[in-house]
Design a binder for this molecule. Sequence first.
Ligand code: HEC
Ligand code: HEC
Length: 373
Amino acid sequence: MRFRVAGGIGRVLAVAAAVVAIAAVPSGRGVADDFGPVPSIKVDAKKAELGKRLFFDKRLSGDVALSCASCHVPEKGFADGRPLSKAYPGAEGFRNTPTLINAAHKAAWFHDGRLGTNLNDVTREMITETYIMNMDMRLMQERLKQDPVYLRMFKEAGYGEPSNGAVRKAIPEYLKTLTSRGAPFDTGALSDSAKQGFDLFTGKAGCASCHSGPRFTDDRPHNTGVPENPDIWGDPRRHLTFVTFAMFMGVENYMNVRRDLGAHVRSHKSDGSDIGKFMTPTLRELKQTAPYMHNGTFATLEEVVAFYDRGGGDDPNKDPQLKPLGLSREEQADLVAFLEALSGDALTGSDHVWSEKIPANYQAIENWVEVKN
Ligand code: HEC
Ligand code: HEC
């Protein structure tokens, strides 16, 4: 089933490899947005298989405590079910872990959109960032070379011997396999309530002006006035992580900042107009990825819809598109039913999950300092 709706915003992003089909159809009032299934991406099976094993391998983190899947959990839609993420042992995170389903379709990553190059760079960031996996990639490379399974898999994938560069290519190849499928919205199995919800979404409730295209996002930052999560400032382990991040991003007065500045950390606009803007997230797979927003402030979709019904939160920079909606209880329930219809099959089978045991403990080679690789 394909829906077309008039009156969307006129921004069509040219996404790498043109995998996202957002058709710009002229209409009376501007450009129409095309919703529909998220197209799958062609992958190299051997490289993706290697990327899958790496994704589930704790040896990619400094002290072998965390794999990518420790935070991006398949059973939780590749998010983690927590308001704020875990972090490297000893620290705690200050952002909600985003889903990785359809993340390969994006052109800018993280809640503030601060990385706009490619997934190769995002992967490096996750592995080397002190509060995420805290890994020196040279050490990682040596670890991988000790595992005969990797020696074979890197070779079969055409990469030669295990290397940092190949890890940063293989994991993105695996991420490309994580595409939504089977949502009632795409298969046509929509309840009457969900259909009403779609009409509200594209009409009276005005959601589609930001949540557009097959992933239901314009891939842009907006300020919706989501309240701060006090745990970031109340828990010293989270606050410390935030301060480290803010200092690294060159945030002015970072010791005294008591809010997540969002997109401001990359633009540093002097008028502060990017403060509190966060990237519009996808609305796919929400049933698996609660709680919601960049800081996990809302536990349920009912709470999110009630938030929009109030016209969003309080913020001087709030997007002027957000106004109180005056939705009835029934209309709010219809919107929730529609949002739920955007969730499809869980990606928890062997296509997407590495289920064989991965060795975590092994003996160091004698004289390892002198041994040449
Ligand atoms: C300790 C928890 C943790 C671990 C481990 C982790 N991530 Fe993340 N990941 C996060 C959080 C939190 C964010 C959001 C960060 C932000 O917005 O500043 C994120 C963001 C991402 C994004 C961007 C998603 C988007 O929509 O913008 C990708 C892609 C990603 N991680 C992939 C990975 C990969 C690949 C690994 C393993 C190499 C990994 N992550 C390991 C917590 C984690
Ligand atoms: C002005 C642009 C804009 C409009 C209009 C808008 N949203 Fe959003 N939406 C966002 C942004 C930006 C976020 C992320 C905010 C954050 O992380 O703090 C978001 C987050 C969400 C989330 C949470 C997703 C997640 O994974 O955390 C849901 C659900 C949602 N919006 C649904 C809606 C619905 C339903 C409407 C209409 C009633 C709507 N949005 C209208 C921009 C918008």
